[in-house]
Design a binder for this molecule. Structure first.
Ligand code: ATP
Length: 257
């Protein structure tokens, strides 16, 4: 079953077409990677799915609902969570508090009952703390739980950011260049967690990634963009043997050489 579907999505910035007539389908339970040379339009496409920019034309469907005009803040309650290319964590707060922030933005109790910590608010708070502990265990960061996030390595901070995105139990997780800036060991760990998300929690993952090792190792499906357009899609093997894809990457390397 398709979970995310883009139909003829285009984004123009003035005279520049950053995303050109893209159609794609992410199936439930897939790890779907979006790749392409620098400036191909990957991040712009992600920003359209998460409503950071409005589309110029086209429609976006999630779980069969048209979400093209749904604002960013309303996407979490529909089941879409996202991490960002640059770290989005509260550096002075502890690991557990950073994960609780992801949960609190989702709680339903009104501010009055939250203030007296009673009834619904109290039950929600207890459940939120249990959920935070589950995530900490899943990400194997128990020994870091009470440390301020700013004191952790970059790879550990990324794991906390991933934990915060998981807090809302998303159906779809958007990961924007999760492993950039990480060492090889951290990259492999994140790759393993993403695979566990799919295999243990049945989560669907849509990711923009430059690290070809991870893309080829864990993706079910890969979509390749160049100059705003989709140039190929298929299994990791299919796209890595596709001559248009090879040309696009070689061309971009020649330009930057
Ligand atoms: N807010 C913006 N205003 C104007 N142009 C933009 C904006 N955001 C992106 N662009 C342009 O759109 C094109 C696609 O950029 P985008 O960042 O989506 O590519 P990318 O594939 O994510 O690249 P990278 O791999 O380098 O992150 C580029 O030419 C970029 O300069």
């Amino acid at each position: 079953m398709s979970l995310l579907k883009l139909e003829n999505v285009t984004k123009k910035f003035g005279g520049l077409t950053a995303v050109s007539d893209i159609g794609l389908t992410v199936e439930q339970g897939q790890i779907y990677s979006l790749i392409g040379p620098n400036g191909a339009g990957k991040t712009t496409l992600f920003n359209l799915v998460s409503s950071i920019f409005p589309v110029t034309s086209g429609r976006i469907f999630f779980d069969e609902k048209d979400i093209t005009e749904v604002p960013t803040h309303a996407l979490a309650s529909l089941g879409i969570a996202r991490t960002f290319q640059n770290l989005a964590v509260f550096k002075h707060e502890t690991v557990v508090n950073n994960i609780l922030v992801g949960l609190h933005s989702h709680l339903k109790a009104d501010p009055f009952s939250a203030a007296v910590f009673w009834g619904r608010a109290r039950n929600e708070e207890i459940r939120a703390r249990e959920r935070a502990e589950e995530i900490i265990e899943f990400l194997e960061i128990e020994e870091l739980r009470d440390l301020p996030v700013g004191t952790l390595s970059y790879g550990q901070q990324k794991r906390v950011e991933l934990g915060r995105a998981l807090a809302v139990r998303p159906k779809l997780l958007l990961l924007d260049e999760m492993v950039s800036g990480m060492n090889q060991e951290e990259r492999e760990e994140i790759g393993r967690f993403v695979l566990d998300l799919k295999e243990e929690l049945g989560m669907t993952v849509f990711m923009v990634e430059h690290d070809m090792g991870i893309v080829m190792d864990i993706s079910d499906h890969v979509c390749v963009m160049n100059h705003g357009a989709k140039i190929a899609e298929g299994t990791p093997d299919e796209v890595s043997n596709n001559s248009d894809v090879i040309d696009a990457y070689l061309g971009s390397r020649r330009k930057s050489a």
